[in-house]
Design a protein around this ligand. Structure first.
Ligand SMILES: NC(=O)c1ccc[n+]([C@@H]2O[C@H](COP(=O)([O-])OP(=O)(O)OC[C@H]3O[C@@H](n4cnc5c(N)ncnc54)[C@H](O)[C@@H]3O)[C@@H](O)[C@H]2O)c1
Length: 322
């Protein structure tokens, strides 16, 4: 476990960033948290501040509200940083289809700025770049290992793959100790409101109809948030992860129809489902082969979909953020 270290987390107010912040605060680290609190969805600033007030003393963090596309946001951070977790990005495959140039600019420029900044901080032991399973596009074989061809089918996925290419460049040319992690559909407490599980629970809770894109036979490798946080920390700790790329997934995909069945069992409300046209950018299947992460990182996902969904529903109903 990473303890008593100085850690820069970008995108700290987001779903994954805030969960990582919470975990690392529990282990006496000094956190430098950067986020521009973009308006993609509301409530993240408040959510982060609640975590900070619950888990930290004032000396445990510095919160910087700033945009990473401007290098000046990072230039003033002169601390002796040990680890960088770069989670900031404009997420959302579908959003990127209608906002291609803005997403491209945001995700690529902010990533290059984080790497450029890291060159100037010699104390950095590891930089973790958060990539995505979307870099693979529609699989030509499954489960998908890291060597699988990359065929992104959305601007978002192209930005994530570009970030990996920059990670490789900065690793090889500047000796930056970067590891890229390809996350598979992450869900759980604080899950993003644009993601299917949060949206469906919200609608079910209000006894409203849910909309399924396509036939619902598309399969997703849903991965619980605490497993992703474990993977992030393991990748930070392991020396042999430098310059490497890893899939981080639950590795047990289910189709959307099966997912919705499980969710109706948990909510115990009457089914109201409508099927609508498949969305551009959506792949048919995601299915991670995590042998490499198991072997080199000791990554081992622990939370199965039934428990994970139950936890998320409890959180959504208790927070009344449905
Ligand atoms: N959630 C998933 O299923 C998933 C899957 C694959 C990859 N990822 C990647 O994981 C990371 C975190 O995703 P998330 O689901 O927590 O998303 P999120 O939208 O909840 O969090 C991203 C955070 O980054 C911040 N941000 C965006 N652009 C910024 C900028 N230019 N400067 C400063 N802050 C900025 C946002 O305000 C937000 O708080 C992203 O890089 C995303 O691409 C997520």
């Amino acid at each position: 476990m990473i303890k008593n270290k100085c850690i820069l987390i970008t995108g700290a107010a987001g779903f994954i960033g805030s969960s990582l912040t919470e975990r690392l605060l529990k282990h006496d680290n000094l956190l430098i948290l950067v986020d521009n609190f973009n308006d993609y969805y509301p409530g993240k600033e408040k959510q982060l501040k609640e975590i900070l007030s619950e888990y930290s003393q004032n000396s445990d963090y510095k919160l910087i509200k700033g945009d990473l596309v401007k290098f000046s946001t990072l230039a003033d951070i002169i601390d002796e940083i040990d680890y960088v977790f770069h989670l900031a990005a404009q997420a959302g495959v579908r959003y990127s289809i209608n906002n291609s140039a803005a997403v491209t600019y945001n995700n690529i420029v902010s990533t290059v700025n984080v790497f450029e900044y890291s060159i100037k901080i010699p104390s950095i032991q590891k930089i973790i770049y958060s990539s995505s399973s979307s870099v693979y596009g529609n699989p030509v074989y499954a489960p998908v290992d890291e060597e699988h061809p990359k065929n992104p089918i959305s601007p978002y996925a192209v930005t994530k793959l570009s970030g990996e290419l920059y990670a490789d460049l900065y690793y090889k040319e500047y000796n930056l100790p970067i590891t890229s992690l390809r996350f598979y559909t992450v869900y759980g407490p604080r899950g993003r409101p644009d993601m299917a599980i949060r949206k469906f629970f919200n609608l079910m809770h209000q006894n409203k109809e849910i909309l399924i894109y396509g036939t619902g036979t598309q399969k997703r490798d849903f991965t619980y948030i605490s497993d992703i946080i474990d993977g992030l920390i393991l990748a930070g700790e392991k020396d042999n992860a430098k310059g490497e790329v890893f899939n981080l997934g639950g590795s047990s995909p289910i189709d959307v129809n099966e997912l919705v069945e499980k969710m109706y069992r948990i909510t115990n409300v009457q089914k109201k489902i409508r099927y609508i046209e498949k969305q551009k950018g959506d792949v048919e299947l995601t299915h991670s082969d995590i042998s490499k992460a198991r072997k080199l990182l000791g990554f081992s996902p622990k939370i199965n979909i039934d428990l994970g969904l139950t936890n998320q529903y409890k959180w959504q109903t208790s927070e009344i953020v449905v």
